[in-house]
Design a protein around this ligand. Structure first.
Ligand code: 13P
Length: 252
C-alpha cells in the first residue's frame, strides 16, 4: 500500500507587518473558510503584538496561530525576547525558526536554529524550520548541499512529523517575484525528504515540507502539484485575504 502523503499546511508569515487594522484581513480569511471542509491545515503567524487578538478572531475556525521566532530559553533576563512557552500560552501551535531573514539579518547559525526548534518541542509546539540557499550558492551548483547541511544541523533530537515542519525557502525567491522552476523545487524537496528519512526513519516520510518564496494564487497550483511539496509558507500574499485564500485553494 502506498504511504499517504502528509496533510498539507498553508502558513502565512506576516513578518513585521500588521497593526489592529490588519485584523480585518484575518476576519475575512476566517469568514471565507468558516464553512469550507478544509483538506489542509491553515495557519497565520502574525507579529507578536497581534497574537492575542488574532486568537480571538480565529476562535471557532480551523485556522491555527503561529509565532515567527522564539528564544531558546523558557524564561529569563532576555529583554525583548519571547519564549516558545510564551507563544504556547498565547495560543500558538507552532513557531517559525531559522527564517533566512533571521539567519542573515540576526546572525542565526544552524546551531541557534536547532536550539530554537528544540525549545519549541520542549514547550509542546511545532517548529517550522526554514532552510534555503542564496543565489550565489545556487549559481555555484551548491543548492542541494547547502540545504542538506542546514537540515542536518538545524534538526534537533526528538524531531518527528508531529512536531516538525520544514520550509524550503530559496533566499533569492523571497519577496522578489522570482521562483525556482518546478523541477528545481522537486529536486530540493526530494533531497530534503531523503534527508528526513535518513535522520528520522520512516516517520521522516510524514514530515511536511513547505515551499516558500514569492508564492501567489497564480503559481500556487504548480507548486502544489510537485511531489513532496506539502504546502506553502507565504509572506507578502498572506497579508491580503483574497490572495491568501487563492493560495489555500490550491490545496483544498
Ligand atoms: P514572500 O512570499 O513575500 O516571497 O515571502 C516568503 C517568506 O519569506 C515566507 O516566510
Amino acid at each position: 500500500m502506498a504511504i499517504r502523503g502528509p496533510r498539507p499546511l498553508v502558513a502565512g508569515n506576516w513578518k513585521m507587518n500588521g497593526t489592529t487594522a490588519s485584523l480585518k484581513e484575518a476576519r475575512l480569511i476566517a469568514g471565507m473558510l468558516k464553512d469550507v471542509r478544509l483538506r489542509c491545515d491553515v495557519m497565520i503567524c502574525p507579529p507578536a503584538t497581534l497574537l492575542r487578538r488574532l486568537k480571538g478572531v480565529l476562535a471557532g475556525t480551523p485556522i491555527k496561530l503561529g509565532g515567527q521566532n522564539c528564544h531558546w530559553d523558557a524564561s529569563g533576563a532576555f529583554t525583548g525576547e519571547i519564549s516558545a512557552e510564551m507563544l504556547k500560552d498565547a495560543g500558538c501551535s507552532a513557531v517559525i525558526v531559522g527564517h533566512s531573514e533571521r539567519r542573515s539579518g540576526f546572525g542565526e547559525t544552524d546551531a541557534v536554529v536547532r536550539s530554537k526548534a528544540d525549545a519549541a518541542h520542549r514547550a509542546g509546539i511545532a517548529a517550522i524550520i526554514c532552510i534555503g540557499e542564496t543565489l550565489e550558492q545556487r549559481k555555484a551548483g551548491q543548492a542541494v548541499d547547502v540545504v542538506s547541511r542546514q537540515l542536518r544541523e538545524s534538526l534537533p533530537d526528538g524531531s518527528a512529523s508531529a512536531n516538525t515542519v520544514i520550509a524550503y525557502e530559496p533566499v533569492w525567491a523571497i519577496g522578489t517575484g522570482l521562483t525556482p522552476t518546478p523541477d528545481e523545487v522537486g529536486d530540493i524537496h526530494s533531497s530534503i525528504r531523503g534527508g528526513l528519512v535518513a535522520q528520522l526513519g520512516e516517520d521522516g516520510s510524514q514530515v511536511r515540507i513547505l515551499y516558500g518564496g514569492s508564492v501567489k494564487p497564480s503559481n500556487a497550483p504548480a507548486f502544489a502539484a510537485i511531489p513532496d511539496v506539502n504546502g506553502a509558507l507565504v509572506g507578502g500574499a498572506s497579508l491580503k485575504a483574497v490572495d491568501f485564500i487563492g493560495i489555500i485553494k490550491a490545496y483544498i
